[in-house]
Ligand binder design. Structure first.
Ligand SMILES: N[C@@H](CCC(=O)N[C@@H](CS)C(=O)NCC(=O)O)C(=O)O
Length: 265
């Protein structure tokens, strides 16, 4: 009996019939490489740790001790030329190539686009989120930051500066309180805008504010704080921080020198 096995030359050159076409095997899903998070536990850092936790994205923590000057290390400056954290490196960026990003608002938008979570694709809804995100980036963050500075850290008390920034934060809390009067989250549904704002309300006492004066804001603040991902994002690296910048210790003095005496290099 002749061997039934076709020799290579006998292999049909015609397109194989359907029955011979093998079902395409699905390419195994590549395990996502973790995002590197350059971070220190502060209101700007929490925005990104909270978003990573909310999205369930794998990440590795790269502490940037800003009180010790880590933000000026050459490797970090390549990622974040503004010598500020947070920053991220996503090994699986656009085109499956690595991407590095600084500026917390830009990072939140990037992660929102990447995951399709907490950042709506519908243009009207996205514009609504953006305006509150930028409200935080350009308003609440800088004003609360100055309030912290002049109320807690400045070694010389300047009543004019204290009043100016305490009042401005008070005004901004009032705006937020009104926005939250009729809805649970700033832009309607829970979004990156809420994540950006929340950490800046955490130190409300240091900004000279009482949450009782802003009942809708208070409820939102507690609602956010109850979310497990917010709890995890907030807790990240808290154990790394020792004391505060206002302390009378040598470490705090060194940190103030590093943080509050910066000029162009
Ligand atoms: N606009 C920046 C601000 C970031 C920022 O100010 N980070 C502070 C800590 S909250 C920092 O890294 N400070 C280091 C320094 O002042 O040298 C962002 O939102 O990412």
């Amino acid at each position: 009996m002749a061997d039934k096995k076709p020799t290579p030359s006998a292999t049909p050159t015609k397109a194989p019939t359907k029955a011979l076409i093998k079902a395409p095997t699905k390419a195994p899903k590549k395990k996502q490489k973790p995002i590197e998070l350059y971070y220190w536990p502060t209101p700007n850092g929490w925005k990104v740790s909270i978003m990573l936790e909310e999205c369930g994205l794998p990440y590795t923590l790269k502490p940037v001790n800003i009180g010790m000057g880590d933000q000026f290390k050459r490797g970090f400056l390549k990622i974040a030329p503004n010598n500020r954290m947070p920053a991220i490196v996503d090994p699986s960026g656009p085109g499956n190539k690595p991407i590095s990003l600084f500026e917390s608002g830009a990072i939140l938008q990037y992660l929102g686009r990447k995951t399709g979570k907490f950042y709506p694709s519908n243009e009207r809804a996205r514009a609504e989120v953006d305006q509150w995100l930028f409200w935080q980036m350009g308003g609440l963050g800088p004003m609360a930051g100055q309030a912290h500075h002049f109320r807690q850290y400045a070694q010389t008390k300047i009543p004019y500066a204290v009043k100016r920034y305490t009042n401005e934060v008070n005004r901004l809390y009032g705006v937020l309180n009104k926005q939250l009067r009729t809805q649970d989250f700033v832009a309607g549904r829970y979004s990156i805008a809420d994540m950006a704002i929340w950490g800046w309300v955490v130190p409300y006492k240091n900004q000279g504010q009482k949450l009782e004066d802003f009942p809708h804001l208070k409820k939102w603040f507690e609602r956010m704080g109850d979310r497990p991902a917010v709890k995890r994002g907030f807790a990240l690296g808290l154990d790394l921080r020792r004391g505060t910048l206002g302390d009378k210790t040598k470490d705090a003095e060194k940190a103030r020198k590093i943080l509050f005496n910066q000029r162009a290099k």
